[in-house]
Ligand binder design. Sequence first.
Ligand code: NAI
Ligand code: 3PY
Length: 328
Amino acid sequence: MHMKKKVIVYDRIEEPVLSALQEEFDVRIFKERDAHDNPEFLSFLQETEGVIGLGFPGQSDILDKAPNLKIISNVSVGYNNLDTEELTKRNIMGTNTPDVLTDTVADMAMGLMLSTARRMPELDQYVKQGKWKEAVTTELFGVDVHHKKLGIIGMGRIGKAIAQRAHLGFNMDILYHSRTPKPDAEERFNATYMNLESLLRNSDYICLITPLTDETRGMIGKKEFQLMKRSAIFINVSRGSTVVEADLIEALKNKEIAAAGLDVYVQEPVNPDNELLKMKNVVTLPHIGSATAETEHKMAALAAENLRAGLNGEKPGNLVNPEVWKKE
Ligand SMILES: NC(=O)C1=CN([C@@H]2O[C@H](COP(=O)(O)OP(=O)(O)OC[C@H]3O[C@@H](n4cnc5c(N)ncnc54)[C@H](O)[C@@H]3O)[C@@H](O)[C@H]2O)C=CC1
Ligand SMILES: O=C(O)C(=O)CO
């Protein structure tokens, strides 16, 4: 009898993609807590050929326990959960889901910027508590977004989609910092390339949207917050660990910056005791940049396509370690 290949769905995958995978493969769903010492997880992992999901810890200690693994298909564009060198060494493919989420994440970055600048969550509470009159006071007025300077750190797919919205929709001046200059962004959005220090000094809004890598880990800390304007509003949609969170808390407390809008945290779910959650000038979201019904579906479908290709001996469209692919 033809044996179905074993596949782990890690954390979750949306329907109807899950049902389709269950038809084709011997699927088992595991959650993050299982990754450590659940004997059922460890025994299934021994025979697993494919993993699909969110944030599977693709590091050597887990890979040691997965001798048959061929592919880890992330349902995310970020792949900081994967040790790509280690995967390549072991001939394991890693894939991600770029492009399909770009506009959705950019929409959300603009939303965070607007809601932080115009204090929308705070005002929402006043209205719901019947305190309309108390809400309409100069102390609770926000600041303008349009015609201000937006500094984008990481002018990639999402960075450009943010620049498009901000420049064409809100008449913002775009400053940016990236590994290399992006002539297309300069032409389309009149964006100005700057080193990090100049960007931080000159921006009214700063939006961080780089991947998390060895280079970007902690790239925004005490020194960087001190360079920012006191009126600066800081938006992080990248990963929590691109920022030194304790330094962000200090900068907000000491009024070195005005406010922050955050979708990502060093620890997720964020610890309820985290001081950021107690600050009125911080708008928080639970890492939902790409989480709309439409985009979740596109990401799941693309990740499943990558998984199928990898398990059928074809080259997946979105390899994050392309050097692993060698034709026999
Ligand atoms: N909050 C959320 O829900 C989401 C967060 N993300 C995060 O956004 C990241 C970016 O996604 P894309 O735009 O699709 O990736 P991308 O690869 O198209 O763009 C990343 C940009 O960052 C730049 N960059 C890399 N290292 C840098 C450094 N050291 N200094 C300055 N710039 C640097 C690159 O040059 C590139 O232009 C993802 O890796 C993920 O971590 C992505 C989707 C949703
Ligand atoms: O795609 C990503 O990297 C996310 O953070 C969630 O969509």
